[in-house]
Every structure is written in C-alpha cells, then in structure tokens.
Design a protein around this ligand. Sequence first.
Ligand SMILES: [Fe+2]
Ligand SMILES: [Fe+2]
Length: 180
Amino acid sequence: MCAQALLGFDRPLELIRHTHQRLEHRCALMQRLSAHLSASGCDADAQATAGHIVRFFEEEMAHHHEDEELEFYDAVVEAAPAKSRAAVAKLVAELRGEHERLQAVWRDVLRPQLAAIMEGRSKELNREAVDRCHMLYVSHIEREEETLLPIAEKRFSPEQLERLGRGMAERRKEPYPDGA
Ligand SMILES: [Fe+2]
Ligand SMILES: [Fe+2]
C-alpha cells in the first residue's frame, strides 16, 4: 500500500517527511545499483531496480517538488514569525534554485542512463552524478526539515494544513480522506 494511503493527505507534513526518507533510500539504492552494474553488468535485477528508481523520481519526486513549489514554501514564508520572515524567504529562494539544479542532474544525466539500463541497453550509471544528486538532496532535505517543517508544524492553521493536503491529493488524482 502506498504511503499516501497509509498516512492520508490530511497529514501533509508527515507525508513530506516520509517522502524525504524514501528519497534518501532511493539515492542509496542508486549508489548500490552503480556498484552492482560495475560488478555484475546489466542483469535482470539491475533492470528492475533502474525501473523502480525512474518511477519514483518521475512520479513521487515530481509531485513532491510541485507540492513544495506551488504551496508549501509560500505557506511557510507566510506563517513565519515577522522577525524571521525575510531569512525564511531567502532560504526558500535558495531551495527553489536547488530544485532546478537537482532536476537538471536528473533530466540530463541520471534519467537517460537509468532508462537505458532499465531497457537492458547499457550498464553505465555515472557515479559522480549519483553522488552529487545524493549530497545535494541530503543538505536540501536537512534545510527543509530543520527550518521549514518546524515552522509549519508549529504555526500552520488547520485550514492551511487542509489546503496543502487537498492540493497534494488533487495533483496525484487521489481522494482526500473526507470524514475519515
Ligand atoms: Fe525540496
Ligand atoms: Fe522536500
């Protein structure tokens, strides 16, 4: 069962943290896949793992970035205490830029290589790009979890939480757990 179904879109901040955990696992999986390809070539396991990673980034991570860029980031800036709002807005601008850099590494290097592995056409997975993606995500997630999520957890109103959760459900074409 998917995490969204287990947690529910009425708990959007927990879903964001959960996606971060899943992302860290997928980055580690890409590193293991890279080592496996070097040792054993592009076998059936490597093809299946590459397909799993592509689906995760194309579906779950694409939605996650949209959740943050379209709603979460602006809502956190709005909810931040007046004295720290400018610093939070600056951090959010940096995080948006990191999304663009991460997306570029994915689109230009990792996705084409993983697609070729998935189809059994190649055993090339650029370890430097995998490590760069992993390191960037680790620091990116750390900044979101240490600064933004605590503001949201402390200061979002029930209405803000519901708006965020409903937006997340709509983008995934999943139901929001009304009356649950
Ligand atoms: Fe992010
Ligand atoms: Fe995030």
